[in-house]
Each structure stands twice: as structure tokens, then as C-alpha cells.
Design a protein around this ligand. Sequence first.
Ligand SMILES: Cc1cc2nc3c(=O)[nH]c(=O)nc-3n(C[C@H](O)[C@H](O)[C@H](O)COP(=O)(O)O)c2cc1C
Length: 216
Amino acid sequence: MSLLKPSELEAQMRWRYACKKFDSERFIPPEMWSALENSLILAPSSFGLQPWKFVVVRTRELKEQLMGASWGQTQVRDCSHLVVFAARHPMSEADVHRFLDRIVHVRGVTRESLAGFQKVMLAFLAKPPEGLSLTEWAARQAYIALGTFMTAAAALGVDTCPLEGIAPAKYDDILGLPALGYHTIVACAAGYRAAYDRYATVPKVRFATEDVVLHR
Ligand SMILES: Cc1cc2nc3c(=O)[nH]c(=O)nc-3n(C[C@H](O)[C@H](O)[C@H](O)COP(=O)(O)O)c2cc1C
């Protein structure tokens, strides 16, 4: 089932840009936010393990504090909702068991029927692929959620700005994440563009299709 026509999807992808100036007086309505929050929850992850937490920051006070840990980027303060994408750190066997328990609860299957799946995941945890740490692996999953969230927002006409220009350790301290077993990876401001943001109208700089897409 498709609700958007291909041309409509493309129009929204072209409409999206990394918003530099948000209208600090406009807020995402609750129903709209609920759908966007669910886009985070529904994002795919490797094995389905969801090694993440999404911290949604709404208060002006906290946003201002985080702006101080974001090279002064005003998007952090002026957006409607700031999402901080945090990854599980360190990952442990307990995370696998929590996930398996959830499958049992949601799908009504027996724990025994998941023995093979459990073995695969525990083996992955014990020995991740060469050159990939579990910390890096969990961070990659967080970026998948970031992309899912930004695309969902664009489809709904909500502006975003992904933010790597932040000091993750300071975010961790401000939000108290290490005590929960998570650490900051990236953030995303969401809301509505200010009328005067010139970046909204500058042409997108992208390499030519033939330079980026290979057909084989
Ligand atoms: C992971 C990631 C981190 C980014 N961090 C920042 C940032 O800290 N501040 C900012 O203004 N833009 C940031 N950007 C936005 C990019 O500069 C922008 O997406 C890129 O220049 C392409 O422009 P467009 O998104 O407007 O099409 C980031 C983008 C990504 C994907």
C-alpha cells in the first residue's frame, strides 16, 4: 500500500534541508509528534536489538544548556523538539535476554523456540565482525533511526537538522546518560523553519546521478 505518489515523495525529499534557523514560536502538534516518535520506535536495527534510547528534549532551559554543548548552534534552542540519539554502552548479554523476553511477550512464542536466535546474537556479542567494535555497531544503529526519523519528518512537512556538531560527553553529563548505560551519538532538531532561513532556498549540492549510482 502506498499513500504517497513517487512525485510527492521526491518533492518532500527536495523540500527537506538541514534547517539552520527554526521558528522558536512554532511547535509540532501532539498528534504529529506522536507519529514521529513512533517512527523512532519503529526504526529497524540489526537483529532487531534496538541498542538505543531516544531522549526527547522539550524545555527551553535544557535546550539552552545543550546549545552550550553544541558550538552555539541555535537550532538546538529554537527547535520544537530536540531528539538525542543515544546508543547502548556497553552492550551485554542482558540486552539480548531482554530482547528475547520481549519477543516471547509480543509474539507468544516459547523461549525455547528462540534458542538458535539467542546463540547467533550471543556469538555476535562475544566476537563482533573483524574491525567492528560493539560501540561502533550500536552507533550505526542509532544513525539508522536518525535517517528514519528525518525522512518521516520530511514526509509530514516537519523540518529537521541533524547535528553531529555537538560535544557528546557534555550531552552525556547534562542528560545523565552514562548512569543509564547509554552514550550520546548524534542529535536532531525538529520543528518549523523560520521565514528568513536562506538555506531553505539555496540549490542542493549533489553529485550527478551517474557519479553516485552504479547500475550493474
Ligand atoms: C550526521 C549528520 C550530521 C550533521 N551535523 C550538522 C551540524 O552539526 N550542524 C548543521 O548545521 N548541519 C549538520 N548536518 C547537515 C549537513 O551539513 C547537510 O545535511 C548537508 O550539507 C546537505 O545539505 P541538506 O541536508 O540541506 O540537503 C549534518 C548532517 C548529517 C547527516
